[in-house]
Ligand binder design. Structure first.
Ligand code: FNR
Length: 335
C-alpha cells in the first residue's frame, strides 16, 4: 500500500522552489570588528525553554518504515549536536498503536531536546496523547489549509479549527506553537492566534517545501497553478516586525544555509527551523557526515555574526539590511 508520508518525503525532495525570498535580503556588514569569534553567543530562548543554538530540525515525518529511519537518523544528529528535534505530526502514531517511528527517537536518545506536532483539525485529546507518549518540550499545532484542500483525501470541514485551537490552549499544559507548513502567516492570523492565547508562532513561509506541489503530485487533476500559494518567509517576517516584542516568532520555510538562518534572526525571529534542507542531508549522507555539516553551520553562524558586529541574537536585530525585487515590492504595501 502506498503510504502518504512516503509520498510527502518523495515529492518534497523533488520540488525545487524557483524563488527564495532570502535572496532579496542583503545584510550590511561592518569592516571594523568589535568581537572575537569565540565571544559570539548563539543561544536563544522560546516556548519557555533555553536552547544552545538558534536553529533546529523542524517537523518532518513519522508513520512509515522509511519515516522511522529518517527520524532515527536525524534524532541521533540532533542528540549529538545538542539541537532541538521536532517530530512530524503525531497523528500517524495515534491511528496505529504498532507504530514506533516517533517513540523510538526518545527511546534511543533519552536526553534529546524533543518536541512534537499535531494538526489543528484534531481535538486537544490527541495533543494530550502525544504529550503522554513523548514528554515533549512543547507542542506544535499545525495549520495547513491549502494542503488539505488540494489533498485528494484532505479535510473538507474547517469550522471546528478555531475552536480546536482554543481548546488546545485551554487544556494543554506545555507551551503551544501555532505553525504553518510553508504557506506563511501574516498579521491577521497572528492577531487571531493572540486572541486565542497563542504566544509563539512558527510562520513557516513559502520558498522551500510546497505542500501545494506535493499534494498536486498526488492528485489526478493537478491544480499546479496553486503551487506558489501563500507568503514567503521574508515577507512574513517583515510584515510581523511590530510583533517581535509582543509574541515569539519562529522562522522556517526555504532556509538553506547559515546565511538564511542569520537573515531570519536579523528580521526578528527567535529561532529558525529547517525541514527540506535537513531531510535532503538525511537521505544523502550518513550520520557522521550530517553531524559534520551541522557543526560547521554553528561555526558559520558565528562567522556571519562576527562580520555583522553582533555578539548575540539580540544584537543581530540591530543589523541594517536592504531589500530587492518582489520582497521590496511586498514590503512597501499596506494590507
Ligand atoms: C513537513 N512539514 C510538516 N509540518 C508539520 O507541521 N507537520 C508535519 O507532519 C509535517 N510534515 C512534513 C513532511 C515533509 C516531508 C516535509 C518536507 C515537511 C512542514 C515543515 O515543518 C515546514 O513547515 C515546511 O516544510 C517549510 O520548511 P522547509 O521544508 O522549506 O525548510
Amino acid at each position: 500500500m502506498k503510504n502518504r508520508k512516503d509520498d510527502h518525503i518523495k515529492y518534497a525532495l523533488e520540488h525545487e522552489s524557483e524563488y527564495n525570498s532570502f535572496d532579496d535580503v542583503e545584510l550590511i556588514h561592518s569592516s571594523i570588528p568589535k568581537y572575537n569569534l569565540d565571544e559570539i553567543d548563539l543561544s536563544t530562548h522560546f516556548a519557555s525553554h533555553d536552547f544552545e543554538f538558534p536553529f533546529f530540525i523542524n517537523a518532518i515525518t513519522g508513520g512509515s518504515e522509511n519515516a522511522k529511519k529518517i527520524n532515527q537518523k536525524l534524532a541521533k544528529v540532533a542528540n549529538e549536536c545538542n539541537l532541538l528535534f521536532v517530530t512530524g505530526s503525531y497523528s500517524a502514531a495515534l491511528k496505529n498503536s504498532d507504530d514506533d517511528s516517533f517513540n523510538i527517537v526518545k527511546k534511543e536518545n533519552p536526553n534529546l531536546q524533543l518536541a512534537t506536532n499535531i494538526g489543528i483539525d484534531k481535538n486537544y485529546t490527541a495533543g494530550i496523547a502525544a504529550i503522554k507518549a513523548l514528554n515533549p518540550l512543547f507542542l506544535q499545532v499545525h495549520v495547513n489549509l491549502m494542503q488539505e484542500l488540494i489533498m485528494p483525501e484532505g479535510s473538507r470541514n474547517f469550522n471546528e479549527w478555531e475552536n480546536n485551537l482554543k481548546e488546545f490552549v485551554q487544556n494543554i499544559e506545555i507551551p503551544i506553537i501555532l505553525k504553518e507548513v510553508g504557506f506563511g502567516m501574516t498579521e491577521d492570523t497572528i492577531k487571531q492566534g493572540i486572541k486565542l492565547g497563542i504566544k509563539t508562532f512558527d510562520i513557516s513561509g513559502r520558498g522551500g517545501t510546497s505542500f501545494a506541489f506535493i499534494e498536486n503530485m498526488r492528485r489526478e487533476n493537478s491544480l499546479d497553478y496553486l503551487n506558489n500559494w501563500g507568503q514567503t518567509t521574508v515577507a512574513c517576517l517583515l510584515n510581523l516586525k511590530d510583533y517581535t516584542g509582543k509574541v515569539e516568532i519562529i522562522a522556517s520555510g526555504g532556509v538553506r544555509n547559515p546565511l538564511d538562518m542569520i537573515k531570519c534572526l536579523v528580521l526578528g525571529a527567535k529561532a529558525v527551523g529547517l525541514s527540506r534542507t535537513i531531510l535532503e542531508l538525511a537521505v544523502k549522507y550518513d550520520v557522521e557526515n550530517i553531524i559534520k555539516t551541522v557543526e560547521n553551520w554553528k561555526t558559520e553562524c558565528k562567522m556571519i555574526m562576527c562580520a555583522l558586529n553582533a555578539k548575540n541574537i539580540k544584537e543581530l536585530q540591530n543589523t541594517k539590511y536592504v531589500l530587492y525585487g518582489k520582497t521590496l515590492e511586498f514590503s512597501i504595501q499596506k494590507f
